[in-house]
Write a protein that binds this ligand. Structure first.
Ligand code: HEC
Length: 196
């Protein structure tokens, strides 16, 4: 046993490449951070879906548009505060400019598109990385793709009712989030979890 540990230490000391590997975060940590991000993301997804469904049932698509336009950001902000992280949604074709991707998010969304084109299931499209800022603070960043369901097409599809289109144009003059079909990637959840 002692011999084996010594042998491993010598290996780590002797080979700089392995030292780098030793500096990587433990796999267990990564799985914990990933689970934390997924929990926040599931909470956001669940609350948004419930809000959307309820307002669609009660007020139809126009009322639901109004509701989503005022409720989506505060819902994400409340969950972020509760969970001690930042959870949001993003897309290569955002409706709300505030949801536009940053560099890492854009690259990740482009990779998701490529993986999807290569027949990977949308449910399997996720990615994470750790970034360190100038002061040495680390952030775990996580993304998971969001698929387009038939229900989404009322407001994000190719053929949208004229009055819905008018309302979207009124609320979001720079809207890019139409022209989707069921089974497309609509966007992704994105989470920033501060580590230290
Ligand atoms: C009633 C209309 C409506 C329906 C139906 C709808 N959305 Fe949206 N969606 C919106 C609005 C409005 C926004 C902008 C919210 C905001 O201001 O942050 C939005 C934003 C988004 C965003 C954030 C990125 C962006 O474009 O700004 C994603 C992702 C998204 N929707 C996915 C979906 C999915 C998936 C479905 C189906 C399950 C769906 N939407 C159904 C109206 C709708």
């Amino acid at each position: 046993m002692t011999l084996r540990i010594t042998a491993i230490s010598i290996l780590f000391l002797a080979i700089p490449g392995l030292l780098l590997i030793a500096a990587e975060p433990a796999a267990d940590d990564v799985q914990t951070w990933r689970a934390t991000c997924q929990a926040a993301m599931n909470k956001l997804g669940g609350e948004l879906k419930a809000t959307l469904q309820e307002s669609l049932n009660e007020h139809g698509p126009i009322g639901a548009l109004d509701k989503c336009s005022v409720a989506a950001t505060p819902i994400a902000e409340t969950i972020s505060t509760e969970e001690g992280l930042l959870v949001a949604r993003t897309s290569l074709k955002p409706r709300n400019g505030k949801n536009a991707p940053d560099d890492w998010e854009r690259r990740t969304l482009e990779v998701f598109e490529k993986r999807h084109a290569a027949k990977e299931q949308i449910e399997d499209l996720e990615a994470w990385t750790i970034i360190t800022d100038d002061e040495g603070h680390r952030t775990f960043r996580y993304m998971k793709a969001i698929g387009t369901l038939p229900l989404c097409l009322k407001c994000h599809g190719r053929k949208i009712d004229a009055e819905v289109a008018l309302k979207v144009a009124e609320l979001y003059p720079n809207d890019m989030a139409t022209g989707f079909k069921a089974g497309d990637i609509r966007g992704a959840f994105t989470v920033k979890l501060p580590l230290d």
